[in-house]
Design a protein around this ligand. Structure first.
Ligand code: PLP
Length: 467
């Protein structure tokens, strides 16, 4: 286990993964699995020197480690094969980070992709993902998104009555029934941040299970719709296993109810939610453990309720990609307020990582160009945006820093790029995929031209004659 950092310890090196097991679970480490300190005392990821990557690709920079991402994909996939005696599928919740390269990697590992908008669907299709492995979520899908999903052949996870009725109309009189899944709110609460808690009854997502009879009855009367599966997602960054065990029992009851309506529902999607280690006090279960508990719970519940084993689907996001990426920033100005605090500013912030200001999320950082330097300071890492709350890390234990040092914030793979904005018209960073000493650009850095690409200005405002 990684020890608690304190002023005076050697910060960078203590976060290096020292996998002691044969199958290190990426979600249990602060740095990607390939992280090392090289002979220059620099952080190296995927065989690439991180300060050198910043010199080559600019700053800030997302650095995504391919091996860590692939390891997590394989661990999920293999664990389901090991612990579940029937068919299973892992689908990557691409809201965590949706772009061509990431979709392509997940698909190449045999994963499906969970998408929640026409844009995510389009990206996955452009990445060459088989539409049969795409699952479209969302509580307010537009008609255009539904039509695109039907035309492309992906599975729609129906969220509410309005959508169900729209789909019934769209598919009326068509030759083949449209396969759909239903999202339900299981009423299971998790000890996680309120904004990302989605499984309780007071949620904007999914049907109320009390309405199941009428939903099943409605579907059984629609020739154009075929309900193939049920879905629930109880929240994100969850460390407990009990809520998922309970979820399995609840969902199998729904399956049993479906068969009473003559609906042979064959798929159960238990959502995602496994947490990752952002700080040394976080202690999430491993991917293997999470999968084992879920599989055993589903099997047990099916035996108890005499329901045939469904195809079991899980849709993790954060635990697949969160620990595979770091964000490298360049340090600039510092403001010392004696006896109060020192602010060390970086060249990014809430536009490339909105989680601290949105969810008060806590991150850890290292100085990538002096990994074995002792920590002598506790400082606040400030973003560059015009917002007092734009603080990347409130209390960072670091060596004494100076302008041009490379600060690496760890575990930024999930919900950073995908939630990034152009606040203050700051261009979004580039992203590189690193693997065995090779760095490939997967997202170009935005330029100032990109920022005004969609702007329009009425001609009269361009007029030089202001009279
Ligand atoms: N599935 C659904 C429906 C979600 O809303 C989310 C995210 O909240 C996920 C899967 C992925 O969750 P996580 O990234 O915590 O694994």
């Amino acid at each position: 286990m990684v020890s608690t950092p304190a002023v005076g310890t050697n910060s960078g090196c203590q976060y290096l993964p020292h996998p002691t097991t044969a199958q290190p679970s990426p979600n249990q480490y602060l740095l990607p699995l390939t992280a090392q300190v090289n002979s220059q005392d620099h952080l190296q990821i995927g065989g690439c020197d991180v300060p050198a990557l910043v010199r080559q690709f600019g700053s800030p920079l997302y650095v995504l480690d391919e091996q860590t991402l692939r390891t997590a994909c394989r661990q999920y996939r293999d664990a389901f094969k090991r612990y579940y005696p029937a068919e299973s599928l892992v689908i990557y919740a691409s809201k965590a980070w949706n772009c061509l390269a990431v979709c392509a990697i997940a698909a190449s590992e045999g994963l499906g992709i969970d998408i929640v908008s026409g844009g995510e669907l389009y990206t996955a299709l452009q990445a060459g993902v088989d539409p049969k492995l795409l699952y479209l979520h969302g509580n307010n899908k537009s008609l255009e998104e539904l039509q695109l999903a039907i035309a492309s052949g992906c599975t729609i996870v129906v969220d509410n009555w309005f959508e169900l009725q729209t789909l019934a109309e769209l598919t009326h009189g068509k030759n083949l029934p449209l396969p759909i899944m239903l999202r339900l709110t299981p009423g299971i609460e998790c000890h996680t941040h309120e904004y990302i808690r989605t499984g309780h009854l007071d949620s904007k997502f999914g049907f109320d299970p009390d309405q199941l009879d009428s939903v099943f009855q409605f579907i059984s009367q629609q020739e154009g719709l075929e309900c193939i599966g049920l879905h629930a997602h109880i929240g994100s960054q969850i460390f407990e296993l009990q809520p998922h065990q309970d979820l399995a029992g609840v969902m199998v009851q729904w399956l049993s109810k479906a068969s009473q309506h003559g609906l042979p529902i064959r798929e159960l999607d238990i959502g995602g939610g496994l947490g990752i280690r952002y700080t040394e006090s976080d202690d999430p279960p491993s991917i293997e453990e999470w999968v084992r508990v879920i599989c055993e719970s589903v099997v047990k519940a099916c035996e108890a309720q005499q329901v045939p084993l469904p195809k079991l689907i899980a849709e993790p996001g954060r635990s697949l990609i969160g620990s595979a990426c770091v964000t490298a920033y360049t340090i600039g100005s510092q403001k010392v307020i004696p006896g109060v605090r020192t602010y060390v500013s970086v060249d990014g912030g809430m536009s490339d990582n909105p989680r601290p200001i949105t969810y008060q999320s806590v991150y850890r950082a290292v100085v990538a160009n002096r990994m074995s330097a002792d920590c002598t300071e506790t400082v606040a890492i400030a973003g560059k945006h015009c917002e007092s709350g734009d603080i990347v890390i409130k209390q960072a234990h670091l060596p004494k820093t100076q302008p041009e040092d490379i600060l690496v914030v760890m575990n930024t793979g999930a919900y950073n790029y995908s939630m990034a904005s152009n606040y203050n018209r700051v261009p979004r960073p580039a992203a590189v995929l690193v693997n065995q000493g090779e760095a490939s650009l997967i997202l170009q850095r935005e330029t100032y031209q990109d920022l005004i690409r969609q702007d329009c200005i009425p001609e009269r405002l361009m007029s030089k004659d202001k009279g």
